[in-house]
Ligand binder design. Structure first.
Ligand SMILES: NC(=O)c1ccc[n+]([C@@H]2O[C@H](COP(=O)([O-])OP(=O)(O)OC[C@H]3O[C@@H](n4cnc5c(N)ncnc54)[C@H](O)[C@@H]3O)[C@@H](O)[C@H]2O)c1
Length: 276
């Protein structure tokens, strides 16, 4: 479910593991954009010698794109990757429950939202959990497997097995906002925006400092642009709602940039500008 940054990445990772994948996009245009995104990613992997042309073609064949929810009826595992908005996700879970087999597991890729609230929308709460892949999916090994209090051991075990089959590293975590990585990462990203807002250094300076001084592969502003500023703001809002800790309260500059439509790489401009 979902055809954004994570929808494409997760579909590709599942198909790479040999699974037949149906991606549900809302519109024909977003379905076409998703196919273009996956084909571009595969072409780059072939170019870098990470995949053969035949392997990439076979992987592509295993992915079907649809705009109809009914096409998910036969799925054994549904992974929801739509916008980080609890109301939108809850509505989708209700719709999915009516369509997919009662035996199917429904998992969410949410970064911070309470998985339990999604589980309570369906008739099989014991078959719901989180499966938090990281961006870009094909290079990031970690997947947080999030256990809401209603999940059965069978569900968590099946999802861990699936993550291992994708060649990723599952880590089980409690259903608490931000899980492990974002609970630790987002105060840092938020405080980087605060430093910029206070004029302590330029964004280029802060990015270079965190790369050179901490050995990070990219600085906080490059990372915020990669994640998406809209998604980052939604993550911080959810973290603040859960913990009421000032470190999670989004810095005003971030909210203003989202209001201005500066979402990062996906919109062509965030803290930095990106070509077409
Ligand atoms: N971006 C990241 O780095 C990252 C990493 C891990 C997890 N996530 C999580 O994955 C999920 C998707 O994030 P993304 O980065 O792919 O976002 P995105 O903005 O790239 O894509 C969002 C998708 O949601 C769809 N959508 C928007 N409004 C909708 C609605 N009302 N009904 C149905 N679909 C709707 C869009 O069409 C799009 O397909 C979020 O829960 C996010 O927290 C994101």
């Amino acid at each position: 479910m979902g055809s954004g940054i994570m929808g494409g990445g997760v579909a590709e990772a599942c198909a790479a593991a040999g699974a037949h994948v149906t991606v549900r996009a809302r519109t024909k245009a977003s379905a076409e954009a998703l196919v273009a995104q996956i084909e571009h990613s595969l072409a780059k992997q072939v170019e870098k010698g990470k995949r053969t042309t035949d392997d990439a073609a076979a992987l592509r064949q295993r992915i079907t794109v649809s705009t109809s929810l009914a096409d998910l009826a036969d799925c054994e595992l549904v992974i929801e990757t739509v916008v980080e908005d609890l109301e939108v996700k809850m509505e989708l879970f209700r719709a999915l429950d009516a369509v997919v087999s009662p035996k199917a597991i429904i998992a969410t890729c949410t970064s911070t939202l309470p998985v339990i609230d999604l589980a309570m929308q369906v008739s099989r709460p014991e078959r719901v959990c989180g499966v938090h892949f990281f961006n870009p999916v094909h290079t990031m090994m970690l997947v947080e497997v999030v256990r809401p209090i209603c999940a059965s051991d069978e569900t968590i075990e099946a999802v861990i097995e699936f993550v291992l089959a994708c060649g990723k590293e599952p880590i089980e975590v409690k259903d608490q906002a931000g899980f492990i990585v974002n609970a630790l990462l987002f105060p840092y990203l938020n405080n980087a925006v605060r430093l910029l807002e206070h004029g302590v250094a330029t964004k280029e300076g802060i990015d270079a400092a965190m790369k050179g001084g901490c050995g990070f592969p990219m600085g906080p502003f490059a990372l915020l642009d990669l994640v998406g500023l809209d998604t980052s703001l939604a993550i911080l809002d959810a973290l603040y709602l859960e913990y009421a800790d000032a470190n999670y309260a989004p810095v005003p500059l971030l909210r203003r940039m989202v209001s201005a439509g500066l979402y990062g790489r996906k919109s062509g401009e965030g803290f930095y500008q990106y070509g077409p």
